[in-house]
Design a protein around this ligand. Sequence first.
Ligand code: BGC
Length: 268
Amino acid sequence: MRSRSASEEQSMVVTGGPDGQAFGVDIGGTGMKGAVVDTGTGQLVTERKRILTPHPATPEAVAGVVAQLVSDAGWQGPIGATFPAVIKHGVAQSAANVDPSWVGTDADKTFTQAVGDNSEVLVLNDADAAGIAEARYGAAKGVAGVVILLTFGTGIGSALLIDGVLVPNTELGHLELDGHDAESRAAASVRDEHGMSYKKWSKRVDAYMQHVERLFTPDLFVVGGGVSKNAEKWVPLLELKTPVKPAQLLNDAGIVGAAIAAIEHLGE
Ligand code: BGC
């Protein structure tokens, strides 16, 4: 996330939406979703709209869809957007499962220019956004100490929270596991591609999470991503000392977390 200089703060014309509202956009490999969020309750105040992610998903093409989601909702004000890469001060630093042209792209600037209309966009890592949302309104609400959220999807995303405060860009999905990039062994997409049973896949997830557990000794794991909808099929098979809770915000975590980040960093 980006901190702004005094001159930038002065030149900013963005004001908060009504009653702490902000627009959240969740950018994934297949779909991009957006809605207006009441950040005081974590509830969506407009219907979630979904548009297919363009291919190739270049910065310009994705920015065009962000602008469309915002204008379809008639929104002006703070906007937060998730992105599945390391985002440092608005700039993408990695591209594990996205178009390589993202590396070095100032995503904040690209999206802000595309949206226009005196709105400003803040971009953050997708798992970090989910972590913010789960800490505020979901499975990690009120949990003190170290919480690690892991999202299992195309890749593995991570969010590290200490007393509810995020340490951004942890990228624990790329820890090495048995000589491999962990997400290439234990992401949910690997289960789908190989038609693996939950039992077989959960053994890989267990080995991965035990590794993370040894490194961080967290107070709580939260597991998210689409596969958390079927948490009862695999979470009970994990043999961890740390409690594991499925994420609660499911489809909305990214949108809600991005909106909260936008309100907190773009000002109300
Ligand atoms: C990326 C992360 C992202 C995760 C989930 C990983 O491949 O490196 O930045 O959070 O996938 O989308």
